[in-house]
Design a protein around this ligand. Structure first.
Ligand code: SAM
Length: 212
């Protein structure tokens, strides 16, 4: 493998699970680059003041910041991550919100979430499913923890555009948008539709489904 390929592979691994000092820099870059898609996903979730919501795979934490603002002090935001580095970064950044009980961080994969059945009103998860091997398992788990009528929003970069990015050759699972909405409906969501989400470095979509 050439040096360039090794660098691309390392970047792909960092995006899939940020680690260490470089991982912390990746977290900050994700916050800048993905703010508009994350914001669009949170808007599409329809989360209201007082809601119980989660950002699954929150990375640098921009979604936690926006969700905290959206649900306010009567609400509760859960951040779910598999990366120790992203969890530590969020603990540093949101110490007050964690101490006040408005934000709860969990180390868990989206395939095995630490919530009771029907515990959440809305879930957002942006730029994460590229790293999930069994999407059906993850979607069934996301459906389990949402209440009937709750909303799941997945934020995804345009798969064709992403395929042209050289690092995505290293382990990214780029699924056609239609496959994602079909998989959501199969997992217990209704009316799952993909909508274009503006801004950001890549054309992006939110796929929104309601838990039936
Ligand atoms: C590319 S980053 C996206 C971060 C953020 N959501 C955003 O859009 O900026 C992907 C994040 O998902 C996390 N992740 C990867 N696989 C996951 C899984 N199975 N469950 C939960 N989080 C996961 C990674 O640790 C990483 O922080």
């Amino acid at each position: 493998m050439s040096l360039v390929e090794r660098c691309l592979e390392a970047l792909a691994a960092q995006l899939g699970r940020p680690r260490g000092r470089i991982g912390r820099m990746i977290g900050l870059a994700l916050n800048r680059g993905n703010r508009s898609l994350v914001g669009a996903a949170i808007d599409a979730s329809g989360a209201t003041t007082g809601a119980a919501v989660a950002d699954v795979g929150f990375g640098g934490g921009v979604g936690l910041e926006l969700l905290l603002r959206r649900v306010g002090t009567p609400g509760r935001v859960h951040g779910v991550e598999v990366s120790d580095t992203m969890l530590a970064q969020a603990r540093n950044r949101f110490g007050r919100e964690i101490a006040d009980g408005h934000l709860v961080l969990h180390e868990a994969p989206m395939e095995a979430l630490p919530f009771e059945d029907g515990a959440l009103d809305a879930i957002v998860s942006t730029n994460t499913i590229y790293f999930v091997e069994h999407l059906d398992v993850a979607l069934a788990e996301l459906a389990r923890v949402l209440r009937p009528g709750g909303t799941l929003v997945l934020g995804i970069g345009d798969p064709e555009r992403m395929a042209s990015m050289p690092f995505t050759r290293f382990g990214f699972r780029l699924r056609p948008m239609r496959d994602v909405s079909v998989a959501m409906d199969a997992a217990g969501f209704t009316g799952s539709v993909a909508k274009q989400a503006g801004g950001g470095p890549t054309p992006s979509f939110v796929v929104v489904g309601t838990r039936s």
